[in-house]
Design a protein around this ligand. Sequence first.
Ligand code: TPP
Ligand code: MG
Length: 338
Amino acid sequence: MDTDLQLDALRRMVRIRRFEEAAMSIVRKGQGIAGSVHICIGQEGAIVGSCLALRREDYMVGYHRSHGHPIAKGADMGPLMAELMGRATGVCRGKGGSMHLADFSVGSLGETAIVGAGIPQAVGAAYSARVRGTDQVALAFFGDGAANIGSFHEGLNLAAAWNLGVVFVCENNLYAMSTALADTMAADSIAARAAAYRMPGIEVDGQDVGAVHEAVSAAVERGRAGGGPTLVEARTYRYRDHAEYGTLDLGHRAVEELEQWRTRDPIDLLRARLLDSGVDVALLDQLDADVAAEVAAAVTFAKRSPMPAPEELYEDLWATPIEPSPRRDAVPVAGAAR
Ligand SMILES: Cc1ncc(C[n+]2csc(CCOP(=O)(O)OP(=O)(O)O)c2C)c(N)n1
Ligand SMILES: [Mg+2]
């Protein structure tokens, strides 16, 4: 990444962190986010490095820990915060909440609370690009726990069999809720599973946004050029609990483990790299101040927004039926990719 792109990456990572800190504060103070939020703080490098490899019109599917993904893809934070607060101005008009954000304006097709369910959706989005004759790629984000779910294997298999432009990005944060990956996975590499589906599997340092960007950019180019899918495993770590209710209870994790990961914080690493390369600290401080103001404005926008009217309850819940595609030739012949 050149300096301009690194500054863009830093801005997006700081946006995610400040946005989620604001969301946590709202939860803690009982100021209008119902239930809990799943915080990705610590994982921003994997998220931003991946999204910066995509074009705006490329598709992206998130999962339950995905406030950061639409922000990384360029979404406006006001309607995202409004969605977390169930407001009518939210990206899903207040009917999705924290775990079901979708912002089609930046290609964010949505999130789901069903672990692994976004993976086949990304495969479907890539297939839709083929049917429509575009060169859009689709990127699926998911966790290490999701890699042990059937839909992971179903999605990878079909994407490879049909040679679709999908990038599968696993944010391996070592835990699925309170379960350590080491206790539930027979082998220690998720990327290695790609070999079973004849696609490249790449392990990358998720704390290094530049390394993630390089790996995912290669995968995106490959998918766009008709080279098929890639699996990228970004090794990373979440600093907060599985879900945020207001207090931190590391429970199943050692505080030393958390502290160790904090020494490789993705934002600190990039900031240090920029300073080393001669960028003025005042520029970075200004970036921080600008983002703080953006997030404050997003919170104000959300808090001042109205709740949806009760009579709108059943609106926007069902898709408008579409005509079946006439392009039967878009269905690949079995075995054609081999
Ligand atoms: C199909 C399904 N099984 C179980 C759950 C309960 N559940 C919610 S999040 C989660 C852990 C997911 O772990 P991972 O995929 O590693 O994502 P992370 O939370 O670490 O980001 C589980 C088991 C669920 N929501 N859906
Ligand atoms: Mg996990």
